[in-house]
Design a protein around this ligand. Structure first.
Ligand code: 13P
Ligand code: ZN
Length: 270
């Protein structure tokens, strides 16, 4: 059996958590990631019949039975993942209508998956229906997106349009826009269900006064999505208090659509 610490998906997960910490998106235990794996990817490194323990999930998601996830642990610091992957990460397989998770590797100090597991798992279900290639759900607390939710309208069209206007390539990276949830209690099935509903129409979902969720086919793509939205929010926070003399017009955004073969969310451009 090969060494799991050398599995490309594990190496990439360690690099991603480290990089997110370096971007200041994940203070303390802030943020969490789940990456769906194929059984073959896991079986190369682990005996998939050797269950270490079984952890209740607290929700029902029958679509996920038999699915494997590499996921960050609750209360774990992204800055520490690189030094102790086996303590800070775990590999689980869901069963019993998603109500239980068999732990196959990790959470070595007796820990468990992130408290946002409901939002992650429900978002995977939602995104897989839209895009069968989806593998990643990522949550973090980038300062500028968070700041923006204090001073900008939370209307999804308005929020999206502002982000698109802040960097020319935003509309190419997230043409479907950004969905926004009002402040809700985190770590609950309710915020999980609300996030998954928003994931049906966009890969980015802002949690007001908390952070953001991203989804994508791999860690790089998902990181890039959040990175682009956060960059746009940063520009907004630099200019929001200043008179705006210039902007990117809707006409120019339409030119971007044509040049890059994308279509902005229906009704979002005039
Ligand atoms: P966990 O430590 O449980 O992953 O929670 C962090 C977080 O960001 C909650 O929203
Ligand atoms: Zn959070």
């Amino acid at each position: 059996m090969k060494n799991i610490l050398e599995a490309p998906y594990l190496v990439e997960m360690v690099r991603t958590t480290t990089n997110m910490y370096a971007h200041t998106w994940d203070e303390r235990n802030g943020g969490n990631i789940s990456l769906m794996l194929d059984e073959a990817q896991v079986a190369e490194y682990l005996d998939v019949n050797a269950v270490l323990r079984t952890i209740p999930t607290g929700f029902t998601a029958p679509e996920l039975d038999g699915k494997y996830f590499l996921v960050t642990g609750t209360g774990k610091y992204f800055k520490n993942v690189q030094y102790a992957p086996e303590v800070n990460l775990g590999i689980v397989r869901l069963k019993d209508q998603g109500q239980q998770a068999d732990l196959l590797w990790g959470f070595a100090d007796g820990g468990k998956f992130t408290s946002e597991f409901p939002a992650h798992m429900m978002s995977h279900v939602a995104r897989l229906k839209v895009d069968p290639q989806n593998r990643v759900v990522m949550h973090c607390h980038p300062a500028n997106l968070l700041a923006m939710t204090y001073v900008h309208s939370l209307d999804e069209r308005e929020f999206t349009r502002t982000l698109w206007q802040m960097c020319t390539e935003c509309i190419v990276v997230f043409p479907e826009g950004v969905n926004v949830l009002p402040w809700m209690l985190c770590g609950t099935n309710e915020i999980g269900e609300a996030t998954a509903k928003k994931m049906e129409t966009a890969r980015l979902v802002v949690w007001s006064q908390h952070g953001i969720y991203g989804a994508g086919k791999d860690l790089d793509e998902t990181f890039g999505l959040i990175e682009t939205a956060e960059k746009a929010a940063e520009i907004y926070m630099k200019i929001a208090h200043l008179p705006r003399l210039n902007t990117i017009t809707d006409e120019q955004l339409h030119l971007m659509e044509q040049r890059f073969g994308v279509k902005g969310r229906e009704g979002y451009l005039d």
